[in-house]
Design a protein around this ligand. Structure first.
Ligand SMILES: Cc1cc2nc3c(=O)[nH]c(=O)nc-3n(C[C@H](O)[C@H](O)[C@H](O)COP(=O)(O)O)c2cc1C
Length: 195
């Protein structure tokens, strides 16, 4: 057990987000991606609603997502603000990935559980994936912005009206994975009440 807790501490502390522009194009086998997804499925959630839904893009699916996103940028940017390099970047982050897991939350039909708790449950599930990926020496990056919260993306993903997209989890390998990040002391973020 002592060995296990040491490994767990190391895994949690050493997991880093590596930007997809640093990915080398090497593919992850689908079986490993399924193991990552299996661990996503064991996140805590209120009322066992299991609100996480994942759309996995790989192979020509990546091109579909990349083209959708770049076209969205073109359509929604005025001519004077349009930057061809940004249009290309909208594609390359996706195309350099092995798999992109689009993170979605399916809203409970009865809406009994508060929406924030469903989003929290999905975030727990994503952390399970990031840690599992790290344990396999696979790089991951949770990205949002741009198209993430738009109705156009919801339509592209065939999400229900009350469902949400919460970002992309880019997966891949890198020759130069990120190893550094920083956190301020936990002691400065905790109030301990024992009297
Ligand atoms: C919900 C969510 C969305 C994020 N979106 C972005 C993003 O669009 N762009 C970005 O640079 N970082 C984004 N991040 C932060 C990175 O994924 C990463 O956590 C951060 O760079 C810290 O790196 P570390 O995880 O290695 O400590 C997001 C994180 C979360 C939790």
């Amino acid at each position: 057990m002592v060995i296990f807790i040491d490994r767990l501490n190391t895994l949690i502390h050493s997991r880093r987000s590596t930007k997809p522009r640093l990915f080398n194009g090497q593919k992850i086998d689908d079986e490993t991606v399924w193991q990552i997804l299996e661990n996503a499925n064991w996140a805590p959630n209120h009322g066992l609603t299991q609100p996480w839904r994942y759309k996995v893009f790989s192979n020509s699916g990546l091109e579909k997502l990349a083209n959708f996103q770049a076209d969205w940028y073109q359509t929604n940017t005025s001519k004077d603000k349009f930057k061809p390099e940004k249009y290309e970047r909208m594609k390359t982050n996706i195309l350099k990935s092995s798999h992109v897991i689009v993170i979605c939350m399916e809203r409970q039909a009865s809406e009994k559980i508060p929406e924030i708790e469903e989003i929290e449950a999905v975030a727990c599930s994503v952390q399970n994936m990031a840690l599992t990926a790290a344990a396999y020496d696979i790089c991951s990056f949770w990205g949002s912005g741009g198209v993430t919260y738009t109705n156009e993306l919801k339509e592209f993903l065939s999400l229900g009206e009350k469902d949400k997209c919460l970002g992309y989890l880019y997966l891949g390998y890198s020759d130069t994975p990120t190893t550094k990040s920083r956190r301020d002391r936990i002691q400065d973020k905790v109030e301990w009440i024992d009297f």
